[in-house]
Design a protein around this ligand. Structure first.
Ligand code: PGA
Length: 255
């Protein structure tokens, strides 16, 4: 209903793919294809590819993001990267709470909350991932799970800070499986996330919040998903690694 209040955001999540040289090549292929985009375009890349990505996007409106950040500014956390470090090299976006982090790396709602806090303090824009597992959907507790994930992540976040947070609804059963949520399923949950934001903040804040869908979104199904009033863009894994596919999704979001 209030989609005109929000600009769609199409973000690629490259996961653990591409070397720096391949990053330059892929971004150079994407650039001309998305130059007329009427949505925000972000590519979230592995840490070692950030410099190459920041360099490659020069002269375009494409923004660069990291795929995670730690909750502390600095310290004895071997192998980790802080939000301040990302900020210092000029990275504007960061994904937090991706289901693969939750599933394989012990990420919890509480550590997601702490990372959100650190990223906000560093001045980054966050793509906050939430989503239910298949058995949770089948037990009819999808919104209980997502409600808890959203509430814990946003605890203590002000309305002003909320404008730096994009929420990505990513049903875990749809990620990398080729099994996309139907447009109606995506719309139902995205709409409920917006209602939750309205109850935690205000309707005005909820109307301004970008809520993406992610999970096997591709060049073929993007237009239908993005036609839904509460689906404000997408977080794209597999299809973001192919320039023409990613560009087709950007084009679908620009209509
Ligand atoms: P997918 O990944 O598009 O490959 O399903 C989406 C994501 O994990 O963000």
């Amino acid at each position: 209903m209030n989609k005109s209040l929000r600009k769609a955001v199409i973000a690629g999540n490259w996961k653990m793919n591409k070397t720096p040289a391949e990053t330059t090549e892929l971004i150079n292929s994407i650039k001309p294809l998305v130059k007329d985009a009427d949505c925000d375009v972000v590519v979230c890349v592995p840490y070692v590819d950030l410099f190459a990505a920041l360099d490659a996007v020069k002269g375009s409106d494409i923004k660069v993001g990291a795929e995670n950040c730690h909750w502390a500014n600095s310290g004895a956390f071997t192998g980790e990267i802080s939000a301040d470090m990302l900020k210092a090299i000029g990275v504007p976006y960061v994904i937090i709470g991706h289901s693969e982090r939750r599933q394989y790396f012990g990420e919890t709602d509480n550590t997601v909350h702490d990372r959100v806090r650190a990223a906000l303090d560093a001045g980054l824009t966050i793509i906050l991932c939430v989503g239910e597992r298949l058995e949770e959907r089948e037990s009819n507790i999808t919104m209980e799970i997502i409600g808890a994930q959203v509430k814990i992540a946003l605890a203590g976040v002000s309305a002003e800070e909320l404008s730096n947070i994009i929420i990505a609804y990513e049903p875990v059963w749809a990620i990398g499986t080729g099994r996309t949520a139907t447009a109606d399923q995506a719309e139902e949950v995205n709409g409920k996330i917006r209602e939750l934001i309205a109850s935690l903040y205000s309707q005005e804040d909820a109307d301004k919040t970008v809520v993406q869908y992610g999970g096997s979104m591709n060049a073929k199904n993007a237009a239908e998903l993005l036609s839904k009033p509460d689906v404000d863009g997408g977080l794209i894994g597999g299809a973001s690694l192919k320039a023409p596919d990613f560009a087709a999704i950007v084009e679908a979001a620009s209509k």
